[in-house]
Design a protein around this ligand. Structure first.
Ligand code: BG6
Length: 301
């Protein structure tokens, strides 16, 4: 059954020498990409980018060394897709944090090799109304994986009523040492500080991470840059139709308590900078409308 599924995926969507599908264990299917510009991997579950490493660069996307790849479980690292809500559900604490897209099985709808040498991959999640999300919805994730990584999350409201969605591309970025980075682009923005009881604050200057950080920056549509002094590089985050940015690092105690970060100091090598529409900045989608949230990640020295 699994072999037949892998064979079909490789026949229908594999690209000779560049893109193939494998079983990462217990039927958890991962797509491997290797082209002239990068190496990367994407899990079918959650349409979840797990790794991305442009040629001659250190990895850009962080993945926990002990991440569990299992059906219906979220993966610690990569780019989880939070959808159709961000964080806890507004009224039902039994529903999963960050929605169900990240733990759902997505379908591959197309793959291709682009003229610039990158790979294009599209996934879709066709949702039938149920108790956790009573709206007929189609969600697509379009990726361009090469020297840059582009992702577009597209939501179609196929139901007969407007719907409110929260969403985030919850990207875990690799840094050499989170204590020696600066995050630019959020200066003067208001944010909800989840570490201090969700009080509203205003960012003074650039962000330096020296303790647990869990913040939702609001009304923030501009690009963000992670400057990594040890790796001597900048990660540029260009975004469109995203009005919130989440910055998260669990720091020591939370990292230890979560148990899926690897070493106790596993938090030092990552920072999440999430391009989102969340909290006050959720999106109302009219009947028949489509919403596109896009990001593009690139590096400079
Ligand atoms: C962040 C939230 O986006 O995700 C944090 O702001 C949360 O509060 C973190 O702890 C990780 O969430 P999860 O569900 O993947 O453990």
């Amino acid at each position: 059954m699994l072999n037949a599924q892998l064979l079909k995926l490789n026949q229908s969507f594999g690209i000779q020498g560049q893109l193939s599908f494998r079983d990462a264990g217990d039927g958890f299917i991962v797509m491997d990409i290797q082209n002239d510009q990068c190496v990367a991997s994407v899990a079918l579950q959650g349409a979840h980018v797990m790794t991305w490493q442009p040629k001659d660069e250190a990895p850009v996307i962080w993945m926990s060394p002990v991440a569990k790849l299992a059906a219906a479980k979220s993966i610690r690292g990569g780019v989880p897709i939070c959808w159709p809500w961000f964080g806890p559900h507004v009224s039902d604490s039994n529903l999963p944090a960050h929605g169900f897209a990240r733990t759902s099985a997505w379908d591959v709808i197309s793959t291709s090799k682009l003229e610039n040498g990158a790979c294009q991959i599209s996934f879709c999640l066709q949702h039938q109304p149920n108790t956790s999300w009573p709206y007929a919805t189609r969600v697509e994730m379009h990726m361009m994986i090469g020297a840059e990584l582009e992702m577009t999350l597209q939501t179609y409201n196929l139901s007969d009523s407007p719907m409110v969605i929260g969403q985030a591309l919850h990207t875990y970025f690799c840094v050499d040492d989170v204590r020696n980075i600066v995050i630019h682009g959020l200066e003067d923005c208001d944010y909800i500080d989840k570490v201090s009881g969700s009080v509203r604050k205003q960012q003074q200057g650039s962000i330096v991470v020296a303790e647990e950080v869990d913040r939702i920056y609001l009304d923030q549509g501009q690009d963000v840059v992670i400057e990594d002094f040890n790796l001597q590089r900048r990660i540029h985050i260009h975004k469109e139709n995203s009005h919130a940015t989440i910055v998260w690092n669990p720091w020591l105690e939370k990292c230890k308590s979560m148990g899926d970060f690897g070493a106790d100091d596993g938090y030092l090598g990552m920072v999440c900078v999430e391009s989102a529409n969340a909290d006050e900045d959720v999106v109302t989608l009219a009947v028949g409308d489509t919403h596109r949230l896009s990001v593009r990640y690139s590096l400079t020295a």
